[in-house]
Design a protein around this ligand. Sequence first.
Ligand code: HEC
Length: 167
Amino acid sequence: MTQSLRLAAVAAALTAVPALAQSPVRVTAATPEAAGEYLLIVAGCHDCHTAKWAEAQGKVAKDDLLLGSNVGYRGPWGTSYAPNLRLILGRMTEARWVEVLTTADDGEGKPPMPYHNTARANPEDLKAMYAYIKSLGVKGERTPRAVPAGQEPTTPYINMVPVVPKP
Ligand code: HEC
């Protein structure tokens, strides 16, 4: 099969799968903030939204968490940046937070933000994440605006287009 036929087959298989439902499973802890703190770690949010999280193996000061990253992710969608969630939560309501994380997998949101995963989350878990980020307080700067496809980013970026080795 040629590469394009194989991709078409994958696309056909994907449309045959029904939309993923929100999970009835949820995390409970002493406080919503404690549940949110845990969820943001195990759901991998810091890997993109906290600068140097992976490099420091998660040993980042609490005050520096979730401030976003100026290293872009470049692909067919252009170049996107994981935004500063603490700044965003200064103006985003809890209802909007849940809405963005459960509906942006309709094509509105850009990769590599895993909206297809957060769309399955129990809304109570998403609210717990919101409570924790709110408790950290507003801090930091806005990350760069997304760069449209075909334009050169002026920041460092990670190229997310797979490199296919020559046979
Ligand atoms: C692989 C990197 C990556 C991971 C992991 C990731 N994000 Fe993101 N996130 C991004 C990028 C890039 C954007 C910008 C996407 C866009 O423009 O739609 C984004 C956007 C968002 C937005 C939208 C902000 C707005 O103003 O609309 C929210 C909310 C968010 N992320 C929360 C989370 C949460 C919660 C998690 C963990 C469950 C998470 N992210 C995991 C990269 C990531």
